[in-house]
Design a binder for this molecule. Structure first.
Ligand code: NCD
Length: 304
């Protein structure tokens, strides 16, 4: 079970079969990990984690996945702490990191940075989020969570809510959903709509989708995927201020009991604390799923 690519930049690289292979392996690692055991699969490997943009879950779950596979880890965190700050190019940083490690994971504020990095990397490269473009490992864990929470993917009605323009997790997830028989409701302020290229992709894949700016009209979905308005991507802070509270889900909205509530986190006001007690509030289980999914991906990219 190997992947049909060396570098993982975008979910558009994944076939339905390769997603199935990753999930099968993630199920295995989930059992190992929850039993308290550690795998020794990557004990001769070193993984470089380069995080040039803030991260909590992605960073920590990649670290947990690395340790769960007994790999060594080298770490660069924050643009201030790296030579990028001195003006070094992404390409040179990656050439150097590839000399020290067997696989590179990078988060970077610039859309397209992952593609640039992968083009010069002599070791497998993983995109952990490149600006407002893509976040493919998050989308994998999101899809894995949907499958686990709902039992199956086909037949679901999924609502993607919030910042669909700059939300990289949404871009990567929408791409993955094209492999399944789902219907989608896109909920956003008009100024934060899903980019046309992704809508064309959905249409070409035969996915039926509707667009609305009203959260209320999506509350009959099976899965509500809430997202944060991406403050750091706005040119004009006034625009952010105008839209930041566009959607605030509270327990009062959840009249349909079996709606699965997800969020890549961090949440700000999009989900009120009173939703946490709701049995189908899946966002913390979703965050936990990041570890077995990333273990699966790291081991497969390293040919193990
Ligand atoms: C997301 C991201 O960084 O794009 N967070 C994450 O990786 N779990 C979502 C966000 O920051 O809003």
């Amino acid at each position: 079970m190997l992947l049909p690519f060396t570098h993982f930049i975008s979910t558009s690289q994944l076939t339905k079969d390769s997603v199935g292979d990753i999930f099968e392996r993630a199920d295995f690692f989930e059992k190992v990990w929850s039993s308290g055991a550690r795998s020794e699969l990557l004990k001769e490997k070193i993984i470089a984690l380069l995080f040039y943009e803030p991260s909590s879950r992605t960073m920590l779950s990649f670290q947990a996945a690395t340790q769960g596979l007994s790999a060594g880890m080298i770490l660069a965190q924050g643009e201030d702490a790296s030579s990028l700050k001195k003006g070094e190019t992404i390409e040179d940083t990656i050439r150097m990191a590839a000399l020290y490690s067997d696989l590179i994971v990078m988060r970077h504020p610039q859309a397209g940075a992952a593609e640039k990095a992968a083009s010069v990397s002599h070791v497998p490269f993983v995109n952990a989020g490149d600006g407002g473009n893509e976040h493919p490992t998050q989308a994998l864990l999101d899809l894995y969570t949907i499958q686990k929470e709902r039992g199956a993917l086909d037949g679901l009605h999924i609502a993607l809510v919030g910042d669909l323009k700059y939300g990289r997790t949404v871009h990567s997830l929408a791409t993955l959903l094209t492999h399944y028989h789902v219907t989608i409701t896109l909920v956003s302020p008009p100024a934060l709509a899903l980019p046309e290229s992704y809508k064309t992709m959905l249409t070409n894949a035969g996915i039926k989708y509707a667009e609305t700016d009203a959260l209320e009209s999506a509350l009959d979905a099976d899965v509500l995927y809430m997202t944060r308005i991406q403050k750091e991507r706005f040119d004009d802070p006034a625009d952010y201020d105008r839209m930041k509270d566009a959607y605030m889900l509270t327990a009062a909205h959840l009249t349909k009991n079996d709606i699965t509530v997800m969020h890549p986190l961090p949440r700000l006001q999009e989900i009120a604390a009173d939703v946490d007690a709701f049995p189908n509030a899946a966002y913390f289980r979703q965050a936990r799923n990041g570890v077995p999914v990333r273990m699966a991906l790291l081991s497969m990219l390293l040919g193990k």
